[in-house]
Design a protein around this ligand. Structure first.
Ligand code: TRP
Ligand code: SF4
Length: 405
């Protein structure tokens, strides 16, 4: 891991939906690309999550995985900077899911809003299954097994991260007190260097003896900044700082991804189910045609009718792609019928094609080397698995599952 990266771990996953479109690119992938240079990042394909809704036709999932992963790589998500992996290649996620299921009250899952909503939305499917109820808890296992502190997600996933926090808290409360905790904490503390240890001890005393919240905050910051201690040791020292016992699982925060401004070709949200997408790997001719055919302000029937950009989906594209000058040209030209709609679309078409060009070049390179893509995911999954195993060893131990050793 790059030493300049902050110590907080980032994790996010995507269900394998096949080829991705500009909405994914602007909403999620660009953000991942940025995060991978700032934090230690884990990005993964949630193929088991796909099974919760596609259990009746799983055969399409493998192709969807590879299509999606090629688009990640094409967009600049990079296996050197982030750990990329496939959920089902790290079976410990399932083990942690099972163990967490022991301590998770049914009511917590039943009241996650997506549970009832999705059952309503996907009425044609029978989602009254055990697996579907457990969807957010599997997600909790995904997050907690890496002790991720930040989880970039859209609005619809925030409740799942909140559940994850509650589950982690309950877990730590139930299993976080080990008899030789103070001894462990002490040895971890010694690794920090004299000055930091002294400061840590003072802050801990100030918080525990006087309830000084500022000292607690400063102490947390101090631990975050330590490079020489492992994630596990940091958790232990955090627990020691707070006097709560050890925090075995980290409570994550959601890192809310702003809703993508990228509209679909009809002005609604870009989404496969609305058939209004531009896919990252659509050919330039296709992209051009689709943009040329996309609807405009419906009041602008003839070339001589003035229009209103506010009522036109093309304007939304200008908001994403065009500079001030071009936008002013559109506003003026549209309202006075000075320009035609095809004129107006020309700079958008050019920008989209320019944006897609390097993405498509990279995609073609990866498409030509399926073995390379497989290797990237295999190696990433092995790396992820090693990290997941560290957590599981502790989890098994505190849940008294190591009796044969
Ligand atoms: N449920 C997420 C979605 O549909 C995908 C997902 C699964 C995920 N596990 C995760 C996202 C863990 C973040 C962290 O988008
Ligand atoms: Fe839309 Fe541009 Fe046509 Fe105006 S000129 S209606 S903004 S496409």
């Amino acid at each position: 891991m790059n030493q300049t990266l902050s110590s907080s771990r980032v994790l996010s996953g995507m269900r394998p939906t096949g080829r991705l479109h500009l909405g994914h690119y602007h909403g999620v992938l660009k953000n991942w690309v940025k995060l991978q240079h700032q934090h230690e990042c884990f990005f993964f394909v949630a193929d088991w999550h796909a099974l919760t809704t596609h259990y009746d036709d799983p055969s399409i999932i493998p192709a969807s995985i590879w299509d999606m992963v090629i688009d990640w790589l094409a967009a600049g998500v990079d296996s050197e900077s982030a750990t990329l992996f496939i959920q089902s290649l790290v079976p410990e996620h399932a083990e942690l899911h099972l163990l967490l299921s022991m301590i998770t009250p049914l009511g917590w899952l039943e009241r996650v809003p997506s549970y009832k909503d999705q059952q309503e939305n996907l009425k044609e499917k029978d989602l009254a299954t055990y697996g579907f109820l457990g969807y957010p808890l599997l997600q909790s296992a995904d997050i907690l097994i890496y002790r991720a502190s930040q989880v970039p997600v859209g609005e619809d996933q925030v409740a799942h991260v909140e559940l994850t926090r509650e589950v982690a808290r309950r877990f730590n409360h139930l299993y976080g007190r080990e008899p030789n905790f103070e001894e462990h904490a002490e040895s971890a503390r010694k690794k920090m260097g004299k000055k930091a240890v002294k400061q840590y001890s003072q802050l801990r005393r100030a918080y525990q003896e006087q309830g000084d919240l500022q000292a607690l905050e400063t102490g947390r910051g101090l631990l975050e900044a330590q490079q020489n201690i492992s994630v596990e040791e940091r958790e232990r020292l955090l627990g020691y700082l707070e006097g709560s016992g050890r925090m075995i699982l980290t409570e994550p925060q959601s890192l809310l991804t702003k809703a993508s401004k990228m509209p679909g070709l009809d002005g609604q949200k870009m989404s496969k189910s609305y058939e209004n997408t531009i896919s990252l790997r659509d050919t330039p001719a296709d992209v051009e045609n689709r943009l040329k055919r996309m609807p405009t302000d419906t009041n602008r029937v003839r070339r001589t009718d003035p229009g209103d950009p506010e009522k036109c989906p093309v304007w939304q594209f200008h908001l994403v792609y065009s500079d001030e000058g071009t936008r002013a040209w559109v506003e003026e030209g549209c309202r006075t019928a000075g320009i035609g709609c095809l004129d107006c679309k020309a700079p958008v078409i050019e920008s989209v094609l320019n944006e897609l060009k390097p993405i498509q070049q990279r995609a073609a390179a990866f498409e030509a080397e399926p073995e390379l893509v497989k290797r990237i995911m295999k190696e990433g999954s092995e790396k992820a698995r090693a990290v997941a195993l560290e957590t599981m060893q502790e989890v098994r131990q505190v849940m008294s599952l190591k009796s044969l050793e």
